[in-house]
Ligand binder design. Structure first.
Ligand SMILES: NC(=O)c1ccc[n+]([C@@H]2O[C@H](COP(=O)([O-])OP(=O)(O)OC[C@H]3O[C@@H](n4cnc5c(N)ncnc54)[C@H](OP(=O)(O)O)[C@@H]3O)[C@@H](O)[C@H]2O)c1
Length: 337
């Protein structure tokens, strides 16, 4: 059996292109003593991966040239010497852009297909869902009646942010691109409103939907969206700084939004990285699982077929072409297909 994997061949400049990656057919990883061998079913594609392709200073080490691209995965155990796992179990791990993974199993988390579709383990009930939970609740600290604005509102993180804001009694206003995304955010997810960042009058559109100003801005995008939101901040506003996707492919410094509104509103802006908050995982899984089960948090997945499609598919995140949590189906999902 071979293990196809996608390696980083060259560091992209600007938008990644096909030639930055190479598909290599290697051997199956050896099963370490007491370890777990598994087959990848779903690979999660996430914006942070653009940072891992670059050797610019960051909070995490980059993928080495010739190394397998990093990534969250949902897999099925094939063979196990670890008593915590048996063949057939489904696990969430971090095996990257490849068909098989093996390790001592310490980093794996079991998922039960009768609780929720296994793909949610890297989506609404995985890293993106937890990012929304920690960023909104711990940093944003929303109070009933307040207005919460979130950018990239139809995406993996943003969609959960707005729905948790609603659960906490807030007015939730999204910012998204295409009209069908804005429509989905309001009609399906229950946000109070959503404005398009393509609107040439973005500031006026936001002001109309935030008549009492903005108390929490969950920042996923940066640039002109942040510039419009900042002008509407209320005194004591909180800004969980989650991501700045509008500049991930930039080749030169992108001018940031004006800072003066932060001073005037005495706003708190705090960057955070979800992996620093492992202590919140149990609370997130408890609350998140209940909300999904009860239908209080809905989610959408955008599934691309085949590992070889990953390099092209990741660009969807930067083009706004994904609609929902972006996943690659690397092999058959026995719980679904
Ligand atoms: N801090 C952390 O620990 C952490 C963890 C996970 C994710 N994040 C961040 O969270 C953000 C969302 O990630 P996600 O996984 O949920 O992705 P996503 O929202 O599912 O997909 C990315 C979306 O970003 C929007 N976008 C892309 N370029 C844009 C631009 N120039 N201007 C405005 N919108 C743009 C697009 O939506 P539209 O079509 O609506 O424009 C696109 O669909 C990212 O910034 C990511 O880096 C941070």
């Amino acid at each position: 059996m071979t293990n196809r994997q996608i390696q980083l061949k060259r560091r992209p400049v600007g938008r990644p292109v096909a030639g930055d990656f190479e598909m290599v057919a290697g051997r199956l990883p050896a099963l370490p003593a007491g370890g777990v061998l598994r087959r990848t079913i779903y690979l999660s594609l996430d914006p942070y991966m653009r940072g891992r392709m670059s050797d610019a200073a960051s909070y995490a080490t980059p993928v080495a040239l010739g190394g397998v691209m990093t990534g969250g995965t949902v897999s099925q155990v094939i063979e196990s010497g670890n008593p915590a796992f048996k063949a057939g179990d489904f696990v969430v791990g971090n095996d990257g852009w490849q068909e098989y993974g093996a390790s001592d199993g310490r980093e794996l988390r079991k998922v039960n297909p009768s609780d929720a579709p296994i793909s949610t383990g890297v989506g609404v009930l995985g890293m993106p869902g937890m990012t929304a939970y920690v960023g909104l609740l711990d940093i944003g600290q929303p109070k009933p009646g307040e207005t919460v604005v979130v950018s990239a509102a139809s995406g993996a993180v943003g969609s959960v942010v707005g729905q948790i804001a609603k659960i906490h009694g807030c007015r939730a206003v999204g910012v998204a691109g295409a009209p069908e995304k804005c429509d989905y955010v309001v009609r399906e997810l229950g946000f109070d409103a959503c404005v398009s960042h393509h609107d040439p009058n973005l500031f006026e559109a936001l002001r109309a939907q935030c008549p009492k100003g903005i108390d929490v801005y969950f920042e996923n995008v940066g640039g002109k969206v942040a510039a419009a939101v900042f002008r509407l901040l209320n005194k004591g506003a909180r800004i969980p700084l989650c991501g700045l996707i509008s500049d991930y492919n930039a080749t030169e410094a992108v001018p940031g939004p004006p800072m003066r509104p932060l001073l005037v509103s005495r706003a708190l802006l705090k960057g955070f990285i979800v992996s620093d908050h492992a202590d919140r995982a149990a609370a997130f899984l408890r609350d998140g699982s209940a909300w999904v089960r009860e239908g209080r948090i809905k989610y959408k997945e955008d599934i691309v077929e085949g590992l070889d499609q990953a390099p092209a598919a990741i660009l969807r995140l930067f083009d706004g072409a994904n609609f929902g949590k972006l996943l690659v189906r690397v092999s058959k999902d026995p719980t679904r297909d």
